[in-house]
Design a protein around this ligand. Structure first.
Ligand code: ATP
Length: 339
């Protein structure tokens, strides 16, 4: 196979971001170089760190780099709670119109969890809903957030989910909503999902209300195959579903648009364990595996996935969040040794 070099924008992020992305990069390089696949990493930071250095929360050079490379691997960037600058993650998704957030939740071999053999996928709308960032103080005692749902946004996320189901032989899609209360906004979302579903008769289509979904998931997550939902419910259900497979340290994500894609874990910057060599890099590594498939490097993707499965099946070099004893770096070394 001829050698290939991929130009990738790398955002290490903050909190545990630099540790988990650097572990991931070292595994990618060890796995891919022997296959003739190399990377030019274009590294930029965003958030408070970038602001201190450049005066911009998202430096223009970072925007330009993503626009040029069209693929980014991103660590988590923290967002201050209740005040301060708005979410960098949301801003990047909106800027590049990365409307589909694809989050596969799958049990790794060997991990002891209360719910064995989970295999479900979340398709979360990524650009609108309450994350449009339209908030105002009506007066000092009344705050207002606008929930924006459009037929365009709803139809394209529904199409992404149904197309994925068709291509990968998945059987069932549940649209998750709260249209009994938010009749107009979630009602519009459901109407769009129903219309798209008509074009995919081979996929069973069902609807569940979000609060009931939380209970149903805990009682019996196996009834779900693909969850199709709006931005806020998708965010919350992703964290819930991560618990089925061992927690936030494991679940990857892809933010997909027509032009660009940003691959990042479901988890945030986890400041409580930052800088202590405690974080599990699996979620970012699995995001990088999704990136390799996107780059049409299935051999490299499968090689890393096989090594990851070997390490989990052996169970001797796991991080603390999944019951192990080793640190981020030692885990990465174990994956490299298993390649
Ligand atoms: P955000 O709202 O920014 O997405 P979140 O709700 O997903 O954040 P996190 O910051 O990701 O929250 O973390 C919640 C908890 O999960 C952390 O306190 C941390 O202990 C744990 N956690 C998250 N990611 C990891 C990881 N990669 N390895 C180990 N533990 C993690």
């Amino acid at each position: 196979m001829p050698s290939r070099t991929h130009q990738i924008t790398l955002i290490p992020g903050d909190g545990i971001g630099p540790e988990v992305t650097s572990a991931t990069v070292s595994i990618l390089e060890a796995a891919c170089t022997p296959l003739g696949c190399t990377f030019d990493w274009h590294t930029y930071n965003a958030g408070a760190d970038a602001f201190a250095k450049t005066g911009e929360y998202i430096p223009k050079a970072l925007y330009d780099s993503i626009e040029q490379n069209r693929v980014a691997l991103k660590g988590p960037v923290g967002t201050p709670i209740g005040a301060g600058f708005s979410s960098i993650n949301v801003a990047l998704r909106k800027k590049f119109d990365l409307y589909a957030n694809f989050r596969p939740v799958k049990t790794l071999p060997g991990l002891k969890t209360n719910y064995p053999n989970i295999d479900l996928i979340i398709f979360r709308e990524n650009t609108e809903d309450l994350y449009a960032g339209l908030e105002v103080m009506i007066n000092p005692d009344i705050a207002q957030s606008l929930k924006i749902i459009t037929s365009n946004g709803s139809t394209r996320i529904a199409k992404a989910a149904f197309e994925y189901a068709r291509k990968h032989g998945r059987k069932k899609i549940h649209a998750i909503h709260k249209a009994n209360i938010m009749k107009l906004s979630d009602g519009l979302f459901l109407r769009c999902c129903r219309k798209v579903a008509e074009g995919y008769p081979e996929v069973t289509y069902a609807e569940h209300i979000v609060d009931n979904t939380c209970m149903q998931l805990v009682l019996n997550p196996y009834q779900y195959d693909i969850i199709l939902t709006t931005n806020l419910y998708g965010d919350i259900l992703s964290d819930l579903c991560s618990a089925f497979v061992g927690g936030l340290g494991l679940v990857p994500g892809a933010n997909l648009g027509k032009e660009c894609a940003i691959f990042e874990a479901v988890h945030g910057s986890a400041p409580d364990i930052a800088g202590q060599d405690k974080a599990n890099p699996t979620a970012v590594l699995q995001s990088a595996i999704l990136m390799l498939h996107h780059l049409n490097e299935p051999e490299a993707a499968n090689k890393i996935h096989a090594a990851l499965e070997k390490v989990y099946a052996a169970g001797t070099s796991l991080t603390r969040d999944v019951g192990g004893t080793v640190g981020t770096k030692a885990f990465a070394e174990a994956v490299i040794a298993a390649l």
